[in-house]
Design a protein around this ligand. Structure first.
Ligand SMILES: Cc1cc2nc3c(=O)[nH]c(=O)nc-3n(C[C@H](O)[C@H](O)[C@H](O)COP(=O)(O)OP(=O)(O)OC[C@H]3O[C@@H](n4cnc5c(N)ncnc54)[C@H](O)[C@@H]3O)c2cc1C
Length: 416
């Protein structure tokens, strides 16, 4: 009998995992809470070298390159200084990773979805409500079904993780900062450029992508203690954001004015997940659901792509035996996950400086790196940044040869 795997979440990790599992003969169903694939763009995300390599192996790199945001220039204004610093971002990214593409998350998700949509059963507008140890899964809408394995690819606030590992607050660590994003008209005509205002404890930026009608404004700010708000209380979140950026700059005020009109708003604390294991019985987690190092600061999209690829690889190697595959997957990812957490903490310190010296250092450091010729700037990045060392050290092993048929249950392995 063919092994049936249920994945919760159709964003980045879910569709990449579905693609690779079907290539190895597993039968895959993906359940996604949203009624359709999200098309609003979301925010820009980064694919660094190992994730670009995996995307290339999936045959979809040309589509990803077509939809890339093309962001290559950054203008930084320090609070209190009128002289902007102009930075060649492409040099900074090429220093951090030998290959890099920036793309809107929803574009990426659609491309990965298309890569295996004919071989995968996608169920939109539903959510898992219970998973029993023998694999019976209950849903909000659909009738119960039995699966051999269940994978949570449902993001930082994962439903599967909640069902299997319990309360999120025991597993997450607040890193002392908050993140807000809003969609707004691209009145400045930003094309391939990001505009940043940075001050002590707060950074706001706006970027526009070539093919997107609207721009995004991103806000990062520090807070020593966790702020008091409910995750559904959007007016309170907007009030907190306004308060954190009061008096920053007239540009930032204009972006914040859009809070009353924006069609899309996101606000969350920047938290890292710290789990000793991501697997229990027949269930495991992939991407942000299992090991988010912090949204917007830790390269978590690349980690999600690598994690999905590695999990599928280990399941294929073990012929579907999750008792061998899940520990092998966790071992293979452990170092990358630890590294990403360290990158996230150091990126948060750089991007949201704690002192005036830090503000100056961010602007001047970026200027120096972008002023150097490509070779020396790459070398300096590798010497000085954790992210460069991390992404360039991750390797993507080749896959075992395709099984050529359906993968059976663990008990069938002897015959394959
Ligand atoms: C504001 C912001 C800015 C970011 N900026 C960057 C960046 O600059 N660079 C970068 O690399 N990364 C960035 N990230 C992180 C990046 O978006 C994630 O790391 C990446 O999307 C992880 O993919 P994922 O598939 O693991 O999870 P997600 O993309 O979070 O997807 C989870 C999916 O699960 C679905 N889902 C949720 N609950 C359920 C349920 N109950 N049942 C079924 N489905 C469910 C969701 O609808 C979603 O489709 C940012 C994140 C945020 C929030």
């Amino acid at each position: 009998m063919t092994m049936r795997i249920l994945i919760s979440g159709a964003s980045v990790a879910g569709p990449v995992l579905a693609y690779w599992l079907t290539r190895h003969g597993f039968s895959v169903t993906v359940v996604e809470r949203a009624p359709t694939l999200r098309k609003t763009g979301g925010h820009a995300v980064d694919l660094f070298r190992p994730a670009v390599d995996i995307t290339e192996k999936m045959g979809v790199l040309p589509r990803v390159m077509e939809r890339a945001t093309g962001t290559s220039r950054m203008t930084i204004y320090r609070e209190g200084s009128r002289r902007p610093v102009r930075v060649d971002l492409s040099k900074i990214f090429s220093g951090a990773s030998e290959r890099h593409v920036e793309i809107m998350r929803d574009d990426l998700s659609e491309i990965y979805y298309d890569a295996a949509r004919d071989d995968v059963e996608y169920v939109f507008g539903d959510s898992i409500t219970a998973i029993s140890p023998d694999g019976e899964v209950r849903f909000e809408n659909a009738a119960p079904r039995r699966f051999d394995l269940v994978v949570g690819a449902d993001g930082l606030h994962s439903n599967v993780r909640h069902l299997v590992f319990g309360d999120e607050s025991r597993l997450s660590a607040f890193i002392g900062a908050y993140l807000g994003v809003l969609t707004l008209p691209n009145t400045s005509g930003l094309d391939g450029e990001v505009l940043i205002h940075v001050g002590v404890g707060r950074t706001a930026g706006m970027y526009g992508a070539r093919h997107l009608g609207e721009a995004r404004a991103l806000f990062l700010f520090r807070s020593e203690r966790e702020l008091d708000y409910h995750h559904r209380d959007v007016p309170r979140q907007k009030e907190l954001l306004r308060g954190a950026f009061e008096g920053a700059h007239a540009d930032v005020d204009r972006w914040l004015d859009e809070l009353d009109r924006t069609p899309a708003f996101y606000f969350d604390s920047i938290t890292q997940l710290h789990m000793d294991t991501w697997s229990r019985g027949r269930v495991t987690l992939v991407g942000d659901a299992g090991y988010c190092p912090g949204p917007a600061v830790g390269g978590s999209t690349s980690l999600a792509v690598v994690g999905a690829y590695v999990l599928a690889r280990e399941l294929a190697r073990a012929g579907g035996d999750h008792e061998r595959a899940f520990p092998a997957y966790e071992r293979a990812m452990a170092e990358h996950v630890r590294g990403s957490r360290a990158v996230a903490l150091s990126a948060a310190n750089t991007l949201i400086p704690t002192s005036r010296l830090g503000v100056w250092g961010l602007a001047q450091g970026a200027r120096l790196l972008s002023a150097l010729p490509a070779g020396p700037s790459r070398a300096l990045m590798r010497l000085t940044t954790k992210s460069a060392r991390l992404y360039n050290s991750m390797t993507v092993d080749d896959y075992p040869p395709a099984s050529g048929g359906r993968v059976g249950l663990a008990g069938d392995l002897g015959s394959r």
